[in-house]
Write a protein that binds this ligand. Structure first.
Ligand code: UGA
Length: 447
């Protein structure tokens, strides 16, 4: 019995097509192959298919290259451009296509529905078509119509992968949510995920499954907005958000995860999904005031960081050199979509600052007006203020004495709360923290 057999407890897997090889589709395809299934993963880009077929993974995602190569080596994973061919050879089809936000925040379903229309005639009788992308309530019904087949099943099985931990999340899920009209079909989908996933399956109706995904992301985003609002209050009253959230998290009803104050939430999911949920609610006559407030408050929170940098420089950053450590929306990914770091950089550039950045996933050069350097120290050299915007672990262990030397005075806005305030101050730098009482007092010092 090989590793796959151990993982699945079975020797035969299902024949599966995964349509779309973005971070969700690619991770899912590689993990399903790891679990013992025969997987054909498609992408419309020939260049991407060629790279992936050679085991060259074009995104930064921990452990992904290893599972992709394992699938290729064992002949359980193949990449191709032809959706029709992939589904004709499969009993299970996952749709892992982008759902960008269109006008008014509404999720744009054109990729999903165009592919459904395309693959309909090629599906095997009895095939199970699964929407994996985050799609609004009612999408499964639209997919069924676009497929134009009454002899196949449409199921909602939303993804809960977080970038940076996607492979781990896929192989060790908190839950597998499955919305289906038929219990045997739902069970067959649950079994795809091996014994661990199947044991954590939540079987429900399709509309509930579709909503669980949005409700989870909107809840987490709102929770972070609450934490960041408390961080702001901590600064005013002289408290420390780290102590406050540590105390809150000990309440088992609250829990300790996802309470870390930062520069605001971003990425390809929370901003898009909160807007889409608000849009759906509005369309059904329901005013989701709490989520609307979280969206607005998150934007203000990020802007306030720009204001704090300006305040540290007597109100104006014009003509000043500002350093930024981190450009991605969080560590462990090369994704800069709706990244608070990028929002801060653009805010500073608009006010006339020259922004010099370092990010381990971005090559030196100019990116959207930001001068990107090869090392944190090169970016920080001569800067009036350094903003720590992404929590890359290497920033926690930088040589602060060297930082003090290259900056030669100035301030550090530690928006990820990674540095030791006293150690920073010991280098003659003003520590501007986030959610910590001495921030305001420190800011009063001239930089
Ligand atoms: C999020 C969800 O966590 C996944 O469950 C979901 O599947 C995914 O969206 C999706 O819909 O595809 P992701 O966007 O990769 O995953 O990122 P998160 O780790 O959730 O972080 C989101 C934002 O919150 C980041 O900007 C991060 O820096 C911020 N964050 C997170 C904090 O500021 N503090 C925290 O304690 C945690």
């Amino acid at each position: 019995m090989n590793d796959h057999d151990t993982a699945t407890g079975a020797t035969d897997g299902e024949r599966i097509a995964v349509i779309g090889s973005g971070y969700v589709g690619l991770t899912l395809a590689a993990c399903l192959a790891h679990l013992g299934h025969q997987v054909a993963c498609t992408d419309r880009s020939e260049a991407r298919v060629e790279r992936l077929s050679a085991g060259d993974v074009p995104i930064v995602e921990d452990g992904l290259t290893a599972v992709v190569r394992e699938g290729l080596d064992r002949g359980r994973l193949a990449f191709l451009t032809d959706n029709g061919r992939a589904v004709a050879a499969s009993d299970i089809v996952f749709l892992c296509l982008p759902t960008p936000h269109g006008a008014d925040g509404q999720a744009d379903l054109s990729f999903v529905l165009t592919v459904a229309d395309e693959i309909g005639p090629h599906l095997r009788r009895g095939a199970i078509v699964i929407t994996k992308s985050t799609v609004p309530v009612g999408t499964a019904a639209l997919v069924a119509t676009a497929l134009g087949r009454d002899d196949v099943h449409v199921v909602s099985n939303p993804e809960f992968l977080a970038e940076g931990t996607a492979v781990h999340d896929c192989l060790h899920p908190d839950r597998i949510v499955i919305g289906a009209d038929s219990e045997p079909v739902a069970r067959r989908v649950a079994d795809l995920y091996g014994p661990e996933g199947a044991a954590r399956a939540v079987l429900t109706d399709i509309a509930s499954a579709e909503l669980i995904k949005y409700a989870s992301n909107a809840y987490l985003a709102t929770r972070l907005t609450f934490v960041n609002a408390m961080a702001e209050l901590c600064e005013r009253v002289g408290a420390d958000i780290g102590s406050v959230t540590a105390g809150m998290g000990l309440d088992h009803r609250i829990g300790a995860s996802f309470l870390h104050a930062g520069p605001g939430w971003g990425g390809s999911c929370f901003p898009k999904d909160t807007r889409a949920l608000v849009h759906t609610a509005d369309a059904f006559g329901c005013d989701l005031a709490v989520v609307k407030a979280a969206i607005a408050s998150n934007a203000e929170h990020t802007t306030r960081i720009v204001d704090k940098v300006a305040a540290a420089l007597d109100g104006s950053v014009s003509g000043r050199r500002i350093a930024l450590w981190g450009l991605t929306f969080k560590a462990g990914t090369d994704d800069r979509r709706e990244s608070p770091a990028m929002v801060i950089a653009q805010g500073l550039i608009e006010l006339g600052a020259s922004v010099h950045a370092y990010d381990p996933t971005v090559a030196p050069g100019t990116v959207e007006g930001i001068e990107v350097h090869a090392s944190p120290m090169d970016a920080a050299a001569g800067a009036s203020v350094l903003v720590v915007a992404t929590e890359w672990p290497e920033f926690a262990t930088v040589d602060l004495a060297e930082l003090g030397t290259v900056m030669a005075g100035g301030a550090v806005m530690d928006a990820r709360r990674m540095l030791d305030p006293t150690a920073v101050a010991d280098q003659g730098l003003v520590y501007l923290g986030l959610g910590t009482g001495h921030t305001q007092r420190a800011a009063a010092l001239a930089v």
